[in-house]
Write a protein that binds this ligand. Structure first.
Ligand code: SF4
Ligand code: MG
Length: 307
């Protein structure tokens, strides 16, 4: 069966401001799922709290809308309980880089085979435009009284330092390119981190669509750009090249910065150390009815498998 993007659309209008970048990310998620022909029953989207964390509500898949900053530990529990599921975390910069920053760090070092999609707008949109953790120093946004006195975190540097083995950046209004990056992040074997620049049209009056479009360019416009590590000795050099791009001033590169599938995943290490049949015998999905749709019973799944 070949699915189309419309097959993943849940019939509920997104509760986002008109023009929000998150609409582009949502469409890119539909496109990527269709490109990979993912079975909705086997896809789990996990989010925390924030405007972007509403995204799983609009996708025909199993969605888990958890508490602020804790999407990654929930997702880890689900993935480790049933490694046959395609588990994807979505969230904003406040959720994944501030309150949830510690979980991001530890997912990277574990290299569990799942993807994190950061919808980054450098503000807390849901709570009316406070400075988010990725906002650069000196930027004065309309909802706050003074320019930001703190430095912003660069989430791509954090991802590289934490050990993510796929690190990429997209732009919400380039839906076609972002769709491809989401598909690549999902296909990657290991922990994948994808930052999607997703302008908040209501509260971020500095990093607007025009502001981004004056600065973005695609890494693969350079035919010599090759982010893939093919031999272990290459990893250091590939990381250094990625870092040069990630810290570029006044320009914003989009695309894949780093990809290394030579690092063993958590699942492979677990099998080598504890249980060689770990992925070979995934548990059957337990379905329950909830709010008019059939979802996977995660509590039972986690309890049966891990407790
Ligand atoms: Fe999007 Fe900003 Fe509106 Fe939230 S407040 S829905 S991030 S435009
Ligand atoms: Mg945000």
């Amino acid at each position: 069966m070949t699915r189309t993007p419309a097959d993943y659309r849940w019939p509920r209008a997104p509760e986002w401001c008109p023009g929000c970048g998150h609409f582009g990310v949502l469409q890119a998620v539909y496109n990527a799922f269709a490109e990979l022909d993912l079975d909705p029953a086997r896809v789990v989207l996990v989010s925390g709290i924030g405007c972007s964390s509403r995204l799983p509500h609009y996708v025909r898949a199993t969605s888990v809308h958890t508490i602020h900053g804790r999407a990654i530990p929930y997702a880890l529990g689900i993935k480790l309980a049933n490694p046959a599921l395609e588990v994807i975390v979505v969230g904003g910069d406040g959720d994944l880089v501030a309150i949830g920053g510690n979980h991001l760090l530890h997912l990277g070092r574990r290299n569990v085979d799942m993807a994190v999609i950061l919808m980054d707008n450098s503000v807390y949109g849901l709570t009316r435009g406070q400075a988010g953790p990725t906002l650069a120093a000196g930027v004065k946004l309309k909802a706050v009284p003074k320019a930001n006195p703190q430095s912003g975190v660069n989430p791509l540097l954090l991802a590289i330092a934490s050990g993510f083995t796929f690190v990429a950046r997209g732009y919400a209004f380039d839906v076609r390119h972002t769709s491809r990056l989401i598909a690549e992040a999902i296909k990657h074997r290991g922990s994948a981190f994808l930052q999607i620049l997703s302008p908040c049209v209501t509260y971020n009056n500095v990093m607007t669509r025009d502001w981004y479009e004056e600065r973005i360019y695609k890494l693969d416009e350079d035919p010599s750009w090759d982010p893939v590590v093919r031999r272990e000795e290459e990893a250091g050099e590939k990381i250094r090249r990625a870092l040069d791009k990630i810290v570029e001033v006044d320009k914003i590169p989009l695309g894949v910065f780093y990809k290394n599938e030579l690092v063993p995943t958590f699942e492979e290490r677990y099998e080598a150390t504890y249980d060689p049949t770990y992925r070979a015998n995934p548990p059957a999905l337990q379905r329950v009815e909830s709010g008019g749709r059939t979802v996977v019973d995660f509590e039972k799944l986690v309890a049966d498998r891990l407790l």
